[in-house]
Design a binder for this molecule. Structure first.
Ligand SMILES: Nc1cc(-c2ccc3cc[nH]c3c2)n[nH]1
Length: 242
């Protein structure tokens, strides 16, 4: 997968080259290219923003600069892109979105700042490519860069070969529609708290049932919306207690 990120703060995306993603990049599983939006300005001040039509606070990012940047970046690789624009008003980015993005050959991220990017940029590219405005949560950031770090990590970990243990991705929270339950490791007792007996029993059937119960219990308490959204056939008779 090729990932391009256009931003006025390329340094903010440097962590994409570290750890998990660094190994994936070294292994050729992911190709990450960072582009400074200001490279496509033509004035001495490298202006990327202007006052909003209709008035209001803050500034809006200029369509001309974004158009030249995205034209150049998209043309720099033959793989057809999905354009992803983080925005507070975007559709929610979920594990399902991450799974869908993990099947893409190429993702191009447009990181806004200020009050966002002139809407005509999204409208223009939506006529040629899939374009998603996505939100990573119901809170407001100062720009799209942090959201790109979150999205790229959630997507990259699903790519074959990126995670050391592929079963992790299959069994983590949200993968089966439930939150994952509590996890324990040695020592058996820590500050007077013992590991639940069943986990040391060696009875794999009982362990699976206990883990499912803890996941259902936690989901019912913390995210009843996820439980309500589960398809009927995903809950068996033993699950009905939640
Ligand atoms: N989920 C979420 C996205 C954002 C976001 C995304 C892009 C920009 C550009 C300027 N402010 C931004 C905020 N905040 N919260």
């Amino acid at each position: 997968m090729r990932i391009d990120v256009v931003t006025i703060f390329p340094g903010y995306l440097a962590p994409l080259r570290e750890s998990l993603l660094g190994r994936a990049a070294d292994a050729g599983l992911i190709e990450v290219a960072l582009h400074d939006l200001r490279s496509w300005t033509h004035d001495v001040h490298q202006t990327v923003d202007d006052a909003p039509y209709g008035g209001g606070p803050g500034m809006v990012m200029r369509p001309q600069v974004w158009g030249e940047a995205l034209d150049a970046v998209i043309a720099s690789d033959s793989r057809p892109p999905r354009l992803v624009v983080p925005a507070p008003a975007g559709r929610s980015f979920t594990q399902a979105t991450a799974r869908a993005y993990a099947t893409e050959q190429r993702l191009v991220f447009a990181c806004g700042r200020y009050e966002g990017i002139d809407q005509r940029v999204v409208d223009h590219y939506s006529r040629q490519f899939p374009v998603d405005e996505v939100s990573i949560g119901d809170y407001v950031l100062v720009g799209g860069e942090a959201a790109v770090l979150v999205i790229v990590e959630a997507v990259a970990r699903l790519l074959p070969g990126v995670l050391g243990n592929p079963r992790s991705a299959a069994e983590d929270s949200f993968s089966d529609g439930l939150l994952e339950g509590p996890a324990y490791t040695r020592p058996e007792v820590w500050r007077g708290q013992a590991v639940p007996e069943v986990l040391r029993s060696g009875n794999h059937g009982a362990i699976a049932r206990w883990r499912r119960d803890r996941a259902l219990e936690r989901t019912a308490k913390r995210r009843p919306d996820l439980l309500a959204a589960l398809p009927e056939d995903r809950l068996d008779a033993a699950d009905q207690a939640f």
